[in-house]
Design a protein around this ligand. Structure first.
Ligand SMILES: Nc1nc2c(ncn2[C@@H]2O[C@H](COP(=O)(O)OP(=O)(O)OP(=O)(O)O)[C@@H](O)[C@H]2O)c(=O)[nH]1
Ligand SMILES: [Mg+2]
Length: 327
């Protein structure tokens, strides 16, 4: 415990990596220690800017994060890059690609890159990413980038854990604006049209105009922030420092109005509630007699012998009984 505390607060990357692995462990003794470590660190968290980045496969997320990350490091920041990708087990090809694409950033002592733990549901992955984020903050990382591939559901999870949500779009994506889920565009604090270089430049600008027009149609954000549409090129390192400045401006503006802090408070309350729901969902599994009863009731429900409502009540009572007996 002391080792973890000292190592994390001292910014020791090896201890940080070990602490993250501890959080991911399913062993009960590890989980207890993980809870204690996280709790000891909580007053040292929060001093970072949390940025979510999403976009369809191939839009240029990895290349963008590598180049954007370098501009952040050059401006003196320590950055951590985390990924939320519940499908990562299936697309090992893109992970291999990422290893080469984020190679330089990964080698830099001012950057810390951590891929998604495998074998978890989206909910599990999101919990791990949040906890990893907190550990990185305690270890002194000032900008946390959370990346996800745009699958629909994972954007919502990311939005709930970051301060700023950046959506990447390809040149030409404006042509299919109807097909793009409006909800995701609505969640974005900024949209960056990628690959605005060479032959793509003209099309990138046209796409920028399309999205500016589309955003105009939307309601303004409750925070008062007006979402921006910009173009950038990760290959030519263009438009990246401007994106960094825009995000700093966002933080200044929303901190001034108190919205920044209010958003974080809401997020933390939601995490608490979600984690409690998660614990509630797994706790009954430690009582075999509850599982047994569940099987029995399921049969009665399926044959319409018992109403689902009554069955659920009976199961809850059985669970309460088991808890009492154990105590
Ligand atoms: N011209 C140009 N090509 C780019 C740029 N950024 C990325 N690309 C190319 O776009 C392709 C996809 O880039 P990635 O960074 O792997 O995209 P990704 O969104 O991480 O892809 P997935 O991980 O598969 O979801 C690669 O062939 C890159 O070389 C850019 O700024 N300009
Ligand atoms: Mg990638």
């Amino acid at each position: 415990m002391e080792e973890y505390k000292k190592g994390l607060l001292g910014g020791d990357r090896i201890v940080l990596a070990k602490a993250i692995t501890l959080m991911e462990s399913a062993l009960p003794q590890d989980q207890r220690l993980a809870t204690e470590v996280l709790d000891a660190m909580i007053s040292h968290t929060g001093n970072s800017l949390r940025i979510g980045i999403t976009g369809a496969p191939g839009v240029g997320k990895s290349t963008f994060i590598e180049s954007f990350g370098k501009t952040l490091i050059d401006s003196g920041k320590k950055i951590a890059v985390l990924t939320v990708d519940p499908t990562s087990q299936l697309t090992s090809g893109s992970i291999l690609g990422d290893k080469t694409r984020m190679q330089e950033l990964g080698k830099d002592p001012r950057a810390f890159i951590r891929p998604t733990p495998s074998g978890h549901t989206l909910g599990g992955v999101a919990t791990h990413t949040r906890e990893t984020m907190l550990l990185c903050e305690a270890a002194g990382f000032e900008i946390i980038i959370v990346e996800t591939v745009g699958t629909g559901q994972s954007e919502v999870a990311i939005k709930s854990m970051v301060d700023f949500f950046l959506l990447l779009m390809q040149p030409g994506a404006g042509d299919e604006l109807q097909g793009i889920k409006k909800g995701i565009v609505e969640m974005a604090d900024a949209i960056a049209i990628t690959k605005a270089d060479g032959v793509n430049l003209k099309s990138a600008r046209a796409t920028q105009a399309d999205f500016q027009h589309a955003l105009h149609m939307l309601q303004p954000q409750p925070s008062g922030w007006i979402p921006k549409v910009v173009t950038c090129s990760a290959l030519e390192s263009k438009g990246l420092t401007e994106i960094g400045t825009m995000i700093e401006d966002f933080k200044k503006q929303l901190s001034g109005s108190g919205y920044f802090q209010a958003n974080r408070r809401t997020q933390h309350a939601v995490w608490f509630r979600e984690h409690f729901n998660y614990l509630l969902s797994i706790d009954p599994k430690q009582y075999p007699e509850v599982a047994e009863m569940e099987k029995h009731l399921k049969g009665l429900v399926q044959t319409q012998t018992l109403s689902p409502r009554k069955a659920a009540r009976e199961l809850l009572e059985k669970y309460h009984e088991s808890v009492k007996q154990k105590a």
